[in-house]
Write a protein that binds this ligand. Structure first.
Ligand SMILES: CC(C)(COP(=O)(O)OP(=O)(O)OC[C@H]1O[C@@H](n2cnc3c(N)ncnc32)[C@H](O)[C@@H]1OP(=O)(O)O)[C@@H](O)C(=O)NCCC(=O)NCCS
Length: 294
């Protein structure tokens, strides 16, 4: 039965990789829906928002869409793999993903991007990252708080109020001061977050915005996506105040459980979250990174 052996005898054909166009959107959505291998880490934005705007690539095989990868450079010097999907068998998936990633790295190097990062949840992407010389640079842990108790109130001299559109530019500066480039929310990311968030508050001290938090709420679950305090104002209870106020707001919204992520080396945030009874939900996830264009 020679034909049964054919796939093992001949290496998989190489597919055609090209930039994704807006008219691919529906096919991409279908691919993501049906794909056996997928990676979704889109944070605030629907994946289709990036098509035609960023490093979004598709792979075609005999005119059908079999692969998709999007890695926008946001913040500008660092790109993240926000989505990847491949609808092939196990053997050809590796080859196609490699092809998509190589094309992506080439495009990013032309945009002045320094690094490409990925945080896979499923194991299928990792062998390709290893093969392309990505290395683990950090670990991220998910923490959950099973109730909405507020063990401390934080700095009561700070004024906490809802964020307004006019705050966004200042918050982008605050992000740049508080986080290394890999984790920074850009102005654009903050604008998207402002539109999508269910709870977005800032803390002012003496009339200056010194910190903010932004959260999403889905049913009885809240996810604290970001908590940032300007380095010059840290360790004065502002993080605790923003967290305590967010928990109060969650109660009003009918939330019963809160989650968030942080890096395993972020002792400041771990200390704060531990004091608020957040506990790890499982093992940490690796953050993979490789330089671009070097
Ligand atoms: C994490 C962060 C929001 C905390 O904000 P903050 O205003 O400094 O926090 P608070 O002053 O309310 O401190 C809360 C607790 O954490 C402790 N803490 C703060 N910074 C710390 C540090 N660098 N190391 C150890 N503990 C620290 C405080 O001492 C306090 O505990 P205590 O009352 O038992 O002393 C702030 O450090 C920050 O913005 N970091 C950079 C961005 C970031 O990492 N955000 C979180 C990512 S998920």
């Amino acid at each position: 039965m020679v034909h049964h052996m054919l796939p093992w005898l001949f290496p998989a054909r190489s597919s055609t990789v090209r930039p994704a166009r807006p008219d691919d959107s529906q096919a991409i959505q279908r691919l993501i829906h049906r794909a056996r291998y997928r990676h979704l880490h889109s944070e605030w934005r629907p994946i289709t928002d990036w098509i035609g705007r960023a490093t979004a690539l598709v792979a075609e095989d005999r005119h059908s869409l079999v692969g998709f990868l999007v890695a926008p450079a946001d913040p500008p010097r660092v790109a993240w793999i926000r989505a990847a999907a491949v609808d092939l068998n196990e053997k050809t998936t590796f080859q196609l993903m490699r092809q998509l990633l190589e094309a992506c790295l080439e495009q990013l190097s032309g945009q002045g991007v320094r690094a490409l990062c990925a945080m896979p949840v499923e194991p299928w992407l990792t062998p390709v990252l290893v093969d392309l010389k990505f290395g683990v640079v950090e670990w991220v842990i998910t923490l959950e708080k099973p109730d909405l108790s507020i063990p401390r109130r934080g700095n009561q001299t700070a004024v906490v109020r809802p964020a307004v559109w006019e705050d966004i530019r200042e918050l982008a500066d605050l992000e740049a001061a508080a986080f290394e480039p890999r984790w920074q929310y850009s102005l654009e990311a903050l604008e998207t977050a402002w539109k999508a968030a269910d709870c977005f508050t800032v803390a002012e001290v003496a009339g200056h915005v010194t910190g903010f938090q932004v959260s999403l709420v889905a049913g009885q679950r809240a996810h604290l996506a970001r908590l940032t305090v300007h380095p010059s104002a840290q360790r004065r209870g502002i993080g605790a105040r923003l967290l305590a106020d967010a928990l109060e707001k969650y109660v009003e919204l009918g939330v019963e459980q809160v989650s968030l992520n942080t890096q395993t080396v972020n002792s400041a945030s771990l200390h704060l979250y531990h004091a608020f009874d957040f506990r790890p939900t499982g093992p940490p996830l690796a953050v993979w990174e490789r330089p671009v264009g070097r």
